[in-house]
Ligand binder design. Structure first.
Ligand code: FAD
Length: 498
């Protein structure tokens, strides 16, 4: 016997909890009542400052003006991630949100570029990518609405604490009730095993029909109560620790994240309006916390503003992200390290999936299975994309990087790399948020170049190809001189009337 969903209870007030509250309240309106329970004593993880372009869909659904968002969260623009030292020491390439050149119906631009590259002309692949050109020049203004060749997809870096507050006041404005308190136990239905209420340490009870577990890595409902189990991916992604430290703002606000490979992991640098976010992601088997602190603090661009904070994590996913009447979102559902800034996207995607499959007449096995099927595929695809960065490296002859280079990767990833190496083909998998341009940039940026190209790229003569590429590079770069400096553009936005 299923039970209609009239009341949704969210456990947790981190990014996952408040994003779940905001989107559910906005989309379902008065169809459900929403109560969010969080403990001030536990607090939130409080990192998570870089995003990918789908964050703009969240703002669009919530009806948030970009200038308000930038002002309230001290956000900056992110056009790309600059990967330094990944293929080998001294290397540098960008994974931009854009796409290079112009694709034809059957052969993507990289096939033509690859042929030219073998012939010795054509310059860098990134010379044909407006996101790259703008990122390097430190320029930005939205370009959408002109010819699609000049689309410049972008995301944001923001202060995660301010983002949480922003989402909280938005959600409370839509009627979400916040209850502060520590959940010490639950009551479960004697027949179905469903959770019927949260029991707070001070004796209060919060009853509900559907529970969204956003309690972070504790997984208070999905793991501690429902014990769904955890699939550990540490053998593919051995980093299990992070050390984060804020530092003074840099004079110029770069419109990209930096991800710098280090001996046993990598370092991030995220520029915000008021400070820089910095951190080192590392494998505790290969690097002590003391050594990690030395590396991090010796490689800050600006003076630190606080002591480094250590965060431990276990890469993997909850075996069932929806079980009974509990849906786990955010860190409670699993964790993939922040190399491609995908966690907030995974939160967004989980909530959108839940809203698509919303069990208004009650939870059914069909809805739960479909939700879990999609979540699993999505998690695995992002996992594989992250493994790719580590695997195709030429760094070091022993230790961390050698192990990763030589390890056996998931079959689907091995097939993808082999196919690309053979003739530049990439198959777009369903639910993979990373499209062909992303895979091409990481593969070629880390020196995996195709042996062959698509036959259509042999269409033009050598001279014609050279001429076409020169013209294309000039067309791509055309908007650049009109784009303002990133800092100047930010200032005009944040000073707009609220
Ligand atoms: C080092 C690092 C860097 C990251 N960088 C990025 C990034 O650049 N981009 C990105 O998208 N993501 C990033 N992430 C991920 C991002 O930080 C998280 O996805 C995000 O913060 C969501 O966390 P959460 O809300 O799931 O959990 P938390 O922030 O841990 O929140 C958990 C909530 O549950 C509550 N709670 C727990 N137990 C109880 C209880 N018993 N009773 C009451 N309340 C309880 C807590 O009080 C809190 O409110 C990063 C993560 C790490 C570790």
């Amino acid at each position: 016997m299923t039970k209609a969903i009239r009341k949704v209870v969210i456990l947790g007030g981190g990014t996952a909890g408040w994003l779940a509250a905001a989107l559910t309240a906005k989309v379902l309106g008065s169809l459900v009542e929403i109560e969010l329970v969080e403990s001030d004593e536990i607090g939130i993880v409080g990192v998570g400052e870089a995003t990918i372009p789908p964050i703009q869909q969240v703002n669009a659904v919530l009806g948030i003006a970009e200038s308000d968002f930038l002002r309230e969260t001290k956000a900056t623009i992110k056009l790309a991630i600059r990967f330094e030292n990944w293929g080998a020491d001294g290397d540098c390439y960008y994974h931009t949100f854009g796409s290079a050149g112009r694709n034809t119906a059957f052969a993507s631009f990289h096939h033509f570029w690859n042929r030219a590259h073998k012939l010795g002309f054509g310059g860098s692949y990134w010379d044909y990518d407006l996101n790259f050109l703008a990122a390097e020049a430190g320029r930005f203004a939205p370009t959408q609405g002109n010819d699609p060749i000049w689309d410049m997809p972008y995301a944001y870096h923001f202060d995660s604490a301010l983002y949480g507050q922003f989402l909280r006041s938005y959600s409370e404005g839509l009627g979400v009730v916040r209850t502060e308190g520590m959940v010490a136990g639950v009551t479960r239905h004697s027949h179905t095993g469903d959770i019927t209420s949260l029991e707070l340490r001070d004796g209060r009870t919060v009853a509900g029909d559907l529970f969204i577990d956003c309690s972070g890595s504790r997984g208070v409902l999905i793991q501690q109560q429902l014990a769904v189990g955890y699939e550990d991916w540490g053998h593919w992604l051995p980093c299990d620790s992070a050390m984060a430290v804020p530092s003074e703002r840099f004079d110029t606000t770069l419109p990209f994240t930096r991800a710098i490979a280090r001996d046993a992991g990598w370092q991030w640098r995220i520029p915000l309006q008021h400070r820089n976010g910095n951190g080192l992601v590392y494998s505790s088997r290969h690097c002590s916390d003391e050594a990690a602190a030395d590396v991090l603090l010796a490689n800050l661009d600006t003076p630190a503003l606080a002591d480094p904070k250590i965060i431990r994590f276990q890469t993997g996913r909850a075996r069932r992200q929806w079980s009974h009447n509990v849906v786990a979102v955010g860190l409670a559902s699993g964790f993939l390290e922040p190399l491609e800034s995908t966690s907030i996207y995974l939160i967004q995607s989980a909530i959108v999936r839940l809203l698509h499959l919303f069990p208004h007449h009650g939870v059914t096995a069909e809805l739960v299975d479909e939700y879990n099927r999609q979540s699993q595929i999505e998690y695995e695809q992002i996992r594989d994309f992250i493994i790719l960065h580590y695997h195709v490296n030429n760094r070091g002859s022993d230790g961390f990087w050698k192990d990763l280079r030589e390890m056996e990767v998931p079959t689907r990833l091995a097939e993808k790399i082999a196919l690309f190496r053979a003739n530049g083909t990439l198959v777009q998998d369903q639910y993979d948020i990373f499209m062909e341009p992303s895979w091409v940039q990481v593969l070629m940026g880390q020196h995996v170049l195709p042996d062959d190209h698509h036959p259509l790229a042999d269409g033009p003569s050598d001279a014609e190809l050279q001429d076409q590429l020169e013209k294309l590079a000039a067309v791509k770069a055309r908007p650049l001189p009109q784009l303002p400096d990133h800092d100047r553009w930010l200032q005009t936005q944040v000073h707009r009337a609220a």
